[in-house]
Design a binder for this molecule. Structure first.
Ligand SMILES: Nc1ncnc2c1ncn2[C@@H]1O[C@H](COP(=O)(O)OP(=O)(O)OP(=O)(O)O)[C@@H](O)[C@H]1O
Ligand SMILES: [Mg+2]
Length: 292
């Protein structure tokens, strides 16, 4: 965690225009992230996690405040900030190889020869263990495999910052565990700065250097930041018996269910719909898997 001011969010607020006037989703979000740091954002559904990520990605503009990456203001998307979305977002008519190739050409055209590009594409697909399915299209591979191609595509852009919005949210527990392990290996190897959104408390503790817990919206902000001081490499089975691991996990749960309990009369229809896949039920199921 050198270069503490690698990525800085300062006084970030955003208003979305709605039929009832501006809706303030975020209010005065401040966060400094060091180079190579792995930060997860956690908070109840609808609090503004994706909005924070999208502002860092340059997909949304803050209404007030802003984001600096290496001292330069983020105003638009750029290849040094790759995004992995929850639903892979691969182009369906391209193979796994071609999906990665498209991103590689965008970044390395004129900088790498054809054969270097080929090697680089294969190398990144190898990192996520996908070399056996280079020529398959998205509809011919499983959800976990699609997600791995999406991660390979992001990594192949050699981004300084990897932005991941619930990248494993749609996957079964075993595939998810496998991808978490791959991600930890890749991060150890490449040292990218990572901001990842998750609803999964165990995932957050396992992967993070810091967990940024967000308060409920509207006007959501950073509620509490938890430093995860567990040695790396981390091994999920060993961690299940580690008292500090369990302490961190309960700190996050306390924040979510004591300090930031969802209001009972959550009346916004959009929020009600997404509350179904909110933190609680799935998370406790997963807590048992890791703990048991
Ligand atoms: N383009 C938009 N226009 C209006 N309101 C928006 C827009 N995008 C997001 N919002 C609102 O901003 C708030 C934060 O949304 P956001 O998608 O960032 O939440 P989230 O924490 O990522 O939720 P989830 O965990 O369900 O993905 C929500 O109330 C949402 O309805
Ligand atoms: Mg979201």
């Amino acid at each position: 965690m050198n270069e503490q001011n690698h990525l800085e969010l300062t006084g970030v607020s955003i208003d979305f225009p709605t039929d009832n006037g501006p809706f303030r989703a975020l209010q005065d979000v401040n966060l400094k992230i060091g180079k190579g740091e792995f930060v997860t954002l956690i908070g109840h559904s609808g609090c503004g996690k994706s909005t924070v990520l999208n502002i860092v990605a340059g997909l949304h503009q803050a209404t007030a405040g802003g984001v600096l990456l290496n001292g330069r203001e983020v105003r638009e998307p750029g290849p040094e900030r790759a995004v992995v979305f929850q639903n892979h977002s691969l182009l369906p008519w391209l193979t796994a190889y071609e999906n990665v190739e498209l991103a590689v050409k965008q970044v390395f055209r004129g900088k790498k020869s054809r054969s270097e590009m080929r090697q680089w594409i294969e190398h990144n697909l190898e990192l996520v263990h996908m070399t056996h399915a280079l020529d398959k299209r998205p509809d011919e591979i499983s959800g976990g495999m699609k997600q791995r191609v999406g991660i390979a595509r992001a990594l192949a852009m050699q981004p300084e910052v990897l932005l991941m919005d619930e990248p494993f949210g749609a996957l079964d527990a075993l595939t998810r565990a496998h991808l978490q392990d791959s991600l930890m290996e890749i991060h150890a190897c490449l040292g990218n700065t990572v901001i990842m959104i998750t609803h999964d408390v165990d995932e957050a503790v396992l992967l993070s250097d810091r967990i940024v817990m967000m308060s409920n919206g509207p006007a959501a902000t950073v509620g509490q930041i938890l430093h995860i001081e567990l040695d790396r490499p981390r091994e999920r089975l060993a961690l299940a018996d580690e008292p500090r691991y369990n302490h961190y996990r309960s700190e996050v749960l306390k924040f979510l269910y004591e300090r930031q309990r969802r209001p009972v009369d959550d009346s916004a229809p959009a929020n009600r719909a997404s509350a179904e896949d909110d933190v609680k039920p799935k998370r406790f199921a997963r807590l048992r898997i890791v703990g048991g």
